[in-house]
Write a protein that binds this ligand. Sequence first.
Ligand code: FES
Length: 107
Amino acid sequence: MSEFVAVAKCTDIADPGSLLVEVDEQLIVLIHAAGQFYALDDVCTHDGGPLSDGEINGQEGTIACPRHGAKFGLASGDAVTMPATKPTGSHKVKVDGDQLLICLSQS
Ligand code: FES
């Protein structure tokens, strides 16, 4: 059963910016963009690129894989441009005071 766990302070992540954390042996990229926080698996579904090194576009609500440029929706994890076609994992995020908490989705 997943539950929310504190993973960072909100002030640890610039806007736009990201922070790589490990939760339950999973690498998760926390993303701050346009005032919102998101949490995605740090894995591009095209060929495993590290999304934590990707470029964030707050207006589009996407992050681009640094390897071949596939973009993923920040909120959904959906692949929105080629060459990726499958979503990456996305996780619920909650702000409690200055703490950022996430709840890992079952995969
Ligand atoms: S590994 Fe991410 S686009 Fe190819």
